[in-house]
Design a protein around this ligand. Sequence first.
Ligand code: FAD
Length: 330
Amino acid sequence: MKNLLAYNTFKINSTCDNLFEFYDIAGLKLLLTSYGSGVKVLGGGSNVLMMTSHFDTIFINRIKGIQILDENEDYCLVEVGAGENWHQFVMWAVYHNLGGLENLALIPGTVGAAPIQNIGAYGTEQQSSFVSLKALNRKGLFTTVFENAVCEFGYRDSVFKNELKDQFIITHVTYRFDKKPIANNSYKDVKEKLQSKNITHPSIKDIAETVIEIRSAKLPDPKVIGNAGSFFKNPVISKSAFENLVVNFPDMPHYLVDESFIKIPAAWLIDQSGLKGYRKGDTGTHINQALVIVNHGSATGEEIFDMAMHIQKVVFEKFKVTIEPEVNIW
Ligand SMILES: Cc1cc2nc3c(=O)[nH]c(=O)nc-3n(C[C@H](O)[C@H](O)[C@H](O)COP(=O)(O)OP(=O)(O)OC[C@H]3O[C@@H](n4cnc5c(N)ncnc54)[C@H](O)[C@@H]3O)c2cc1C
């Protein structure tokens, strides 16, 4: 029996009977043939809450490699193994002055998980550089290429969290990088930090370094305290629902999604519900980041899930807005 403590950033003490790493598609096919299509697949375990205390079989993605498929003076197409560390891949691109993903520096996890919830931060989502991915069908053991348009990317969402959930295992992802990159400093925190450093014409390296500084100061490090980053997505509500809410909560921060919808920061809703820094036993919200649920030591997955449901309920009672988990519940 294997302990999974080191394989999830929430530091949940679940176990499994079989734990295998795969290094290429052939190895993955062999494992699926032996253990069936219903197994669990992990990358870095930074977006999973293990509610189940014991699993049967878990595969860990270790497919590596970074390969340039095509380039000209304007762009470079790069295929990367899904088991590569995301941050290291971003920094590889920054080192080669290939622009597009630098605002996503320091997001934990693997490349293969990035398209699943269309990771995003500091004014960029991975979908804006994403070209396609290669994935193995769990049951048929055939490989399919998914182009950007069919992935149905949305806010922390894709087809792989919906219709195709648990049907494919992503093995490679291709990104298109800009060889004459224009730094994206549109995000307020990034802009302010650059100004404080007197950087007026940032390079993509400046952006990556600034994002790393902001994230390191702001977000709890899973090596220090168990967590999976933002536990909830920011709710998107209709304009009319927002107009009703704002009568009672005139200070409510909000962002226009489009003509009909408004996004509200879930962290603000949780904070205003009196739950920032709230603790029960070994779980609660982080003292400085209401959106991050933490494991102070030996919380179980169930205790953390109950905490999440409690937060969801209290927020709903106050605002009549449902906040949905971003984290995958296992
Ligand atoms: C401190 C912290 C900060 C974070 N900040 C951000 C942020 O700013 N923005 C953001 O979007 N996210 C953020 N996250 C969430 C997380 O880093 C991302 O969702 C990341 O992409 C998860 O990668 P992973 O390899 O750890 O995935 P895992 O947690 O291992 O897996 C997540 C899900 O994807 C599935 N999966 C993983 N790999 C594959 C594959 N190859 N094929 C098929 N399915 C697969 C798993 O089965 C699971 O359901 C943060 C997390 C932490 C801990």
